[in-house]
Write a protein of this length. Sequence first.
Length: 354
Amino acid sequence: MKKFVILGGGYGGMRMLQRLLPNALPNDVEITLVDRAPYHSLKTEFYALAAGTISDQHVRVSFPDEPRLNIKYGTIVNINLQNNLVHFEDESTLSYDDLVIGLGCEDKYHNVPGAPEHTYSIQSIDQSRATYQTLNNLPPHGVVSIVGAGLSGVELASELSESRPDLTIKLFDRGALILSAFPERLSNYVQKWFVENGVEIVSKANITKVEENKLYNHDEEIYSDAIVWTAGIQPSKVVRNLDVEKDPQGRVILTPHHNIPNNEHVYVLGDCASLPHAPSAQLAEGQAEQIVQVLLSRWKGEQPPELSTIKLKGVLGSLGKKHGFGLLAERPITGRVARLLKSGLLWMYKHHNG
């Protein structure tokens, strides 16, 4: 039996399980999923969990209940590519013949002193729970600073402003206009929404240091009851420690078939992979589809197919429960329609996977 191991039950890992089980997986291949938690987490909704507007159960989806799926729970500390072994925190190991690494990302603090120690995060479900506890236990009229006005920071700030309207929310961004990766029309729409809803935007920010309850913007001290960091991501530490070629962001450079160069048995998926687009759930799922095609060909002893460029349908963001924004087929959309579309896609995903 060939041992096929998937590290990480994120969006990409779940899509691979969908495509291989119950019937597409060859009879001579056994599949093992490795994750720390006994469920798939909807990372795109962690901002709402942290803000306190949805429950913990809302962001969990059970892994497939399939007889041919083995699940191993544990924390990975190292991958030995030479000996085909995955090492765990409890000193156990797992061997593989084919491996998919989809271990997600962590916050990137850009060497800002004190940022790892004195800020909260929404990168994992555990961190989002801790952020929820802190934000929702703040006294009336507390001050929350959110560093980073990309999609995660914007969604957290808007959701928190509805969940805790008594709080003073400050959103810090390096650019002159928030959501710089989006068309200016969308940035202006979101900026106007924040002004109308009392969220303070601090543009052209440069966070130089963080201390307990203190944020330094251009070395100016700003008091905060809680500071949440949403200002960048990097691949997980296990991937950063791999002795393979990486791009300037620390993501693993791959062949057109998504495997490590000179090793057609190790694939890298999602936030850890160097791809033409910014990391997203949609991109991880598209990549997973292609990796399955490649694996099925190679397991048959055939040459893998030529793969087309992964096409993304767009991106949607929320502004609280009633408004949203996004790009669909590169066309900007705003308002209630965008929010309804995002809610509908989330319902479909949970219905299809749950």
